[in-house]
Ligand binder design. Sequence first.
Ligand code: PMP
Length: 764
Amino acid sequence: MKSTPPAFGEEAASQILREGFGVESSSLKPLAGERDQNFRVDTAGGQRFLFKISNPADDRPILAMQAAALRHIERVDPDLPVMRALPTAAGESWVEVPGPDSRTYPARLFTFLPGHVTANTALTTEAIWSHGQITARLGQALRGFFHPAADYEILWDITRLPKLRPLLTHVSDSQRRAQVERVLDRFEARVAPALPGLRAQVIHGDMSPDNVLFGDDFRVSGIVDFGDMTHAPLACDLAVAVADVLHGRDDAIEAADAIIGGYVSVTPLEDEEAGLLADLVAARLAAEVTVTAWRRGLYPDNAAYAASGEPGARAFLDAIEAMGIDAVARRFREACRQLPYQRSATSSLLERRRRALPRSPLFYSRPVHLVRGEGVWLFDPDDRRYLDCYNNVPVVGHSHRRVVQAVTQQQRLLATHSRYLHEAIVELAERLQATLPPELDAVMVVNSGSEANDLAWRIARAATGRAGAVVTACAYHGLTEATHALSPEEWAKGEQPAHIATIPAPDGYRGPYRRGEDGWVQRYAAHIDDAARALGDRGFAAIYLDPAFTADGILSPPPTYLQEAARRALTLGGLVVADEVQAGHGRSGTHLWSFQASGIAPDMVVMGKPMGNGFPVAALVVRSQLLEAVPEEVELFSTFGGNPVACAAALAVLAVIEDEGLVANAAKVGSYLRQGLLTLAERHPLIGDVRGEGLLLGVELVDEARGPAAGNARKVTEAMRERGILLSATGPAGNVLKIRPPLVFRHEHADLLLQALDEVLASS
Ligand code: PMP
């Protein structure tokens, strides 16, 4: 790098061409070069070449690598518009030319590619996209290339950015120097440790607009200059392209979507790569600023070329800092994810949705428009984030990597139904059984909680020969005809199916028997006897219980309630269905299945919602003896139920819950949050009661007369939404704030929720 570029005269160059390559040139036109001397060569016969006399300091093994790489690319992707190396008259890859000093200079001849170097500010979005796409194709073409010289050091290798620190003294502007130092510090802390884990290969390393030619149609027509080729993380190729193609553009950050989009249309980025992209881009820009400052001092004559990209690099760095590197990182990562649909403005999307799906409910007066999720966070199209305190489906966190991987891998391999022998459904069934009491020994995998509860109802009727059910007064168990009947929460006014009897949910705050009263739990359970009696001739086939009584207002009666309820049901000959769709998968913080805290042995257990972290999968686990009542010829089969992809998702979720200790986390963070809510209750008379277990908590809002304050609950959830915190309200009167976040919720998230709630309640 410190050695000066060659300076052969045209005469000398023509002679080398003639003697070394057997090419008679009719004209030579000098072209720009940072460390090589380049000419465009025209012959009388109308042929055109690129002639390159390289720096004598260039290692010959590296030149050999470049020649081998070009041959490799030609073999793998012959249509890629890459320059081709032409052999010397002696069949070598280059000739050694004695220079004016005592050293020899390697000279090479290449095909001359059509097209022109275009100022990056003149590139259209399509051209930028094409640049990204061709960068990825080149990376793919080089994927299988190996050369022993590939591990050499070049100044421009982003991964070696920290080595530029000593050159920082050449950056004279102290503010600029401080900015570059910030990039370096962050690089060392965040990027460098992750680099060894990224997929790496030989990359071009300098896909800048100087090295990529465009045709008049704004498509890439040529890739030249393989002088920065080295073994490095693949993502560096894209980072260089983003930095160099976009620097100096006013829309640098926005236009990154196009270049990234073009790239990932060929080669999707892995999560780690996508997450580091913005830092790698900043690193390239910082290198540009630093190296330019240094070289300006070294080669004042070549300064114009060396500095050409530098003002743009500075502007791009400023733009990144202005937006905040983390926000830029999120934006780039989102671009890497390739949203599969067009982005509509929120208002027009809302209008279309209301027209096309008139009965599909939406939360909030200003519905939240979401495009992605990550852990406990959800993001809207403007990358505004919302803390998810509501969703139990993403139980292990939104977009959990292991679940995503399990699903995509399985989808790639095989996605059929369950009538073929396949490992996943068997493994899932065995794993579920292992978590449950031994008498629950038969698993059926279906697609939704409704379907599982519906199936449970059929089995209960067949097994008992009875036709009536008992549910709590505001229960929810599903959407189908049979489960809607089991869901008083959703009954129309006056609707009361004749085969259903309700019991008061064990609400020790507002119900007929209050917490602390003697025998209050037993008195609630005793209602089962009355309900069974009310079913009359139909008979008592089953009681469905959500052990967390979520729709009934999130109640957490002591374990004696379930014990007493199960005992009475058994005496009455009715089956107990534990609906773990809400409370299961570790949410209660004590066991994987919430009923286990009471030690009861239900006849059937239903699981759903969180089971696939968003992939539809649900299950019913029953005592196999009950199934004997369903005639053999009745096939219990559902097309999608238990398909390999669903099972892969469910298995991944169980594994993550265990590996990340999420049951214990639900207990720990849940009790911290509960404590915080109780503290708020001391300050805010609007809070009448705080209850729940683990990470399923209810906050009952009351008016001055302790009546349900449903209007306030709505106002609070709306105000929380405006503050970027998502929760909801539940209960018979809709006055109970429902807090039910993904189980990866941590103390810091609880603090955010508590602080916002404190402020909102203070202004309510
Ligand atoms: N049971 C309970 C306790 C539920 O909360 C729900 C859904 N909210 C269901 C069953 C029905 O599940 P799905 O919506 O998957 O059909």
